[in-house]
Design a protein around this ligand. Structure first.
Ligand SMILES: [Zn+2]
Ligand SMILES: [Zn+2]
Length: 350
């Protein structure tokens, strides 16, 4: 198969011919229809993820067609259109038994714990616990994002964040996951304040229904005061969708009394741990929550909203590229976060 592979962290990746994967007993091999380019892929390439063993094929948000199934798989057949959460659960540990597959004790993650989906084929473990059917009307390009940014945002806003109609929701960082969060919060009846340094990202947030936008470049120490002003005392729910010490602290300080902060953006160790204003957490009885992907069995309510057109993940995809263009696009993810989402289509030639 053709795949994007890198032999050294931070050095140019290349498209090469590699052996086709074969499925484990509980796993499947999927022919990749589309795979999203995510900032986590860039962190992996830079060497920020201790799970990655070289040489490595990145890619963790994907959709495609089941090509081969392992002997122990009961629910899936070749030809099925599928996507998968980026956290693939084992299906058997205590966390999985309690329904919390997104924090599985023995999870695998394509593109991190093993070779990922910047390739014509990808192997996925424990298919019966992890695969999600993609309806015929949903393109692979749109479905790919459901594995990472969109499902992650859905659980952060609707699950962990418990958003309610009429609430103020602040979203710090309007990249792929942040814009998804804006769309999901608006569809849930909340009023959204979008915060970002990029005018284009804020433009998109407004197009997705954000009631207010804050240009964070005017507030290098965090845009919390602007959020508190615009929301008449603070947001009920605030997300750090970027993942930085500044946006994390600003998100917490954006909250009104008894508000909920959800940390969604990954915090790379290189940036250091954020300083969370814990005195404020006590004094205002704030909740600090984490959100880590979403289990396959929690997808149906989100899929229903996508099918009904209440949620439009298709609008987040702004460009689609070939596998050959992927190494340069991966390297470019280290620059200023662009607005919108790029997907790679491995079968595409030009
Ligand atoms: Zn991702
Ligand atoms: Zn498990």
């Amino acid at each position: 198969m053709r795949a994007v592979v890198f032999e050294e962290f931070g050095r140019e990746a290349h498209v090469r011919d590699l052996p086709d994967p074969s499925p484990s007993a509980g796993g499947v091999v999927v022919r990749v229809g589309a795979t999203g380019l995510c900032r986590s892929d860039w962190h992996g390439w830079m060497g920020h993820d201790p799970d990655i063993v070289l040489p490595h094929v990145p890619g963790h948000e994907l959709a495609g067609v089941v090509e081969a199934v392992g002997s122990g798989v009961r629910n899936w057949r070749p030809g099925d259109r599928v996507t998968v959460p980026f956290v693939c659960a084992c299906g058997r540990c205590a966390a999985c038994a309690s329904g919390a597959q997104q924090v599985c004790e023995r999870q695998t993650q394509p593109g991190f714990t093993h070779w990922g989906s910047f390739a014509e084929y990808v192997a996925l473990e424990e298919a019966d616990a992890n695969l999600v059917a993609v309806p015929d009307g949903l393109s692979f390009g749109t479905a790919a994002g459901l594995g990472c940014r969109f499902a992650t945002a859905f659980r952060a806003v609707a699950g962990q964040g418990r958003v309610a109609p009429g609430e103020w929701v602040a979203v710090h960082g309007c990249g792929g996951v942040g814009l998804s969060a804006v769309m999901i919060a608006v569809a849930s009846g909340a009023r959204v304040v979008a915060v970002d340094v990029s005018p284009h990202a804020l433009e998109l947030a407004r197009a997705f229904g954000a009631a207010m936008c804050v240009d964070a470049s005017a507030y290098p120490a965090g845009a919390d005061e602007a959020v508190r002003e615009l929301t008449g005392g603070g947001a009920h729910l605030s997300l750090d969708a970027l993942g930085s010490p500044v946006t994390c602290a600003a998100s917490v300080r954006s909250l009104r009394r008894q508000g909920r902060h959800v940390q969604v953006g990954l915090l790379p160790p290189a940036a250091g741990d954020p300083v969370v204003p814990m005195a404020r957490v006590i004094g205002l009885e704030l909740e600090i929550l984490g959100s880590h992907g979403m289990a396959a069995h929690d997808y149906p309510p989100m899929m229903d909203m996508v099918r009904a057109g209440t949620l439009r993940p298709d609008l987040l995809v702004t460009s689609s590229i070939t596998l050959d263009a992927a190494p340069a696009a991966l390297a470019a993810m280290g620059g200023a976060p662009g607005a919108g989402v790029t997907i790679i289509e491995p079968a595409r030639r030009t």
